[in-house]
Design a binder for this molecule. Structure first.
Ligand code: MRU
Length: 357
């Protein structure tokens, strides 16, 4: 089986090779990593060659299916142990995006459901499940776009942070997917793209996607967002999420919290767009969400250029949490959750679970 679902981030390869677009190279070049074994998929996740909460989940699912395909010749009695070990290894790649753990849980459940079957069939089922995870995410993006498009104004400026497009998902994107869907309805929108320090997912990736698609967009440094709002050029802000707590507090790329605060100051609606696989009902509130801290070099040495004096201490949290009271709506594939969020999110997660069962 090849990875048969065509998307920008994941291209069909000669199975069990997993082909993943190397986002570290964009916009300079378009190169696909040919991951021949799961260690390479894990490395791609850790180093952000593949990034964005939904895309990380899809990558892990393919990596687990790949690992089990590669170990198909091992004794049947080893199957469960190997699956558990590889699932644990993928779970240790990045801590914040809950879609990773959601996809891994689906792969574990699939393995458990095939207990007692011949190894070849179990391997096949895991491959099929990975493809379903990818396809489900593509469909989620479509539905999020449809639900969210109605919320954006007929014309005006939309500010976004980080990259939430095709590069970050298995489909057209979450927040950027909403913008795409709104434009498809004929809305006349201009995107304000936050550069997204320190790794510049906005400047490198969202800017690239907007240019590729002919979406009118302007790049700004993160610290210009409040000023652009004050100038009256932003009518709504929309971002993605890596983990949404049961009360609606939403973790997303560092800098998102500042955007939410600036929106509140200027009376601009601030929306979060994410599939229900990003909602973690086990986290009661934002403070319970683990926040990844990354290497100092990402701050001191962007793109390999040393900017700060050597030895300078650095704090580099990769995410922050926009509190629920600053969020006008959380756009999911099931519908738009409204404040105070708890009941809607619970209902949406349950409805998505029933759909997948
Ligand atoms: O560290 P990254 O680049 O993986 O962080 C990505 C984000 O914060 C995205 O905004 C989020 O995952 C939503 S992607 C649809």
């Amino acid at each position: 089986m090849a990875t048969k679902i065509e998307s920008v981030t994941f291209r069909p390869g000669k199975w069990p090779v997993v082909r993943i677009l190397d986002q570290r190279k964009i916009p300079q070049s378009i190169e696909y990593l040919e991951c021949a074994e799961p260690g390479q998929v894990m490395h791609a996740i850790r180093t952000l060659a593949v990034r964005g909460a939904p895309a990380i989940g899809v990558a892990a699912a393919y990596g687990i299916a790949q690992a089990m395909a590669l170990s198909a010749a091992r004794p049947a009695g080893d199957f469960n142990r190997i699956l558990a070990e590889i699932a644990d290894a993928f779970a240790a790649t990045r801590p914040t995006a809950v879609n990773l753990f959601w996809a891994i849980a689906r792969m574990r459940a699939c393995g458990a459901a095939t207990e007692g079957q011949p190894v070849a069939e179990r391997v096949q089922s895991l491959q099929t499940e990975a493809l379903r995870i990818h396809e489900d995410d593509r469909l989620c993006c479509q539905a999020i776009g449809q639900h969210g498009a109605a919320l954006l104004p007929q014309r005006g400026g939309i500010l976004t942070h980080c990259n939430t497009g095709a590069l970050a998902t298995g489909g057209e994107g979450t927040a950027l997917g909403v913008i795409r869907a709104a434009r498809a309805l004929g809305k006349d929108l201009h995107v304000w793209v936050d550069e997204t320090r320190p790794l510049l997912q906005g400047a490198r990736l969202t800017a690239w996607e907007c240019l590729q698609d002919g979406i009118p967009a302007t790049l700004i440094c993160d610290n210009m967002a409040a000023h652009v709002m004050k100038l009256g050029r932003v009518q709504a802000a929309i971002v993605g999420a890596d983990r949404i707590a049961a009360n609606g507090d939403s973790a997303n790329k560092i800098g998102t919290y500042s955007v939410a605060i600036a929106c509140a100051r200027h009376g601009i609606p601030f929306y979060v767009a994410a599939p229900t696989s990003t909602v973690d009902l086990n986290c009661a509130k934002g403070d319970d969400i683990p926040i990844e801290e990354r290497a100092a070099e990402e701050v001191t040495t962007p793109q390999g250029v040393a900017l700060a004096p050597e030895g300078m201490p650095v704090f580099n949290p990769a995410f922050d949490v926009a509190p629920a009271d600053l969020i006008a709506g959380i756009i999911t594939e099931v519908g738009v959750a409204r404040p105070p969020f708890t009941a809607d999110l619970q209902r949406f997660v349950e409805s998505a679970r029933l759909r997948l069962a």
